[in-house]
Design a protein around this ligand. Structure first.
Ligand code: ATP
Ligand code: MG
Length: 159
């Protein structure tokens, strides 16, 4: 299914808006144009929901979250950045692993199973894409999702 990517992201942002407002976080969304991609819309929404859920959870009140979508003929790249607590270098390689939660998160009151990113990665890879993280502790984190715009839909499990 060819999906308008901006609409997909906008739908997810609308869903998280209450939580963003509640924490007085400033969220900005930028896109380089009307991009379409062949994806499973429900599952791809889940990917960005999980990443944004983290961005909200691990960013202190009055912080910033940015979502930017850029694309070329072959690829759509979505970057989700936050001004949150960041991820220690030692934890970074493991955040996509099942049930893994960084020390800082485990000791926090806010819950979580350590599954959100595992699920996100699984879905992205089912679409033939890649997900990566870059973080500076105390400054913030950027998650990047790259998707090829080809006909990879068959690789997704049908509902
Ligand atoms: P769940 O998503 O299952 O509710 P979770 O948020 O702890 O629980 P993941 O979403 O898989 O689990 O994230 C794994 C870990 O990676 C988190 O516990 C946290 O330590 C770290 N992490 C993920 N995103 C961020 C972020 N934006 N800023 C700081 N740390 C993060
Ligand atoms: Mg999570």
């Amino acid at each position: 299914e060819a999906v308008a990517f901006d609409d997909l992201i906008s739908t997810v942002i609308a869903r998280i808006e209450p939580a963003v407002d509640k924490k007085n976080i400033e969220l900005t969304f930028s896109s380089s144009g009307e991009l379409e991609a062949v994806v499973d819309p429900k599952r791809m929404q889940q990917v960005f929901l999980n990443i944004l859920d983290n961005a909200i959870k691990y960013t202190p009140p009055a912080g910033r979250i940015g979502v930017s979508v850029t694309g070329s003929r072959n690829e759509i790249i979505t970057a989700i950045s936050d001004s949150g607590i960041g991820i220690d270098q030692a934890d970074e390689p493991y955040v996509f692993e099942r049930l893994y939660r960084a020390e800082k998160s485990r000791s926090r009151l806010q819950g979580g199973a350590g599954l959100g990113l595992t699920i996100a990665k699984e879905i992205v890879e089912l679409h033939g894409g890649q997900i990566s993280v870059q973080s500076t502790p105390g400054e913030g984190t950027v998650f990047t999702v790259s998707l090829e715009r080809g006909d990879l839909y068959e690789e997704c499990i049908a509902d």
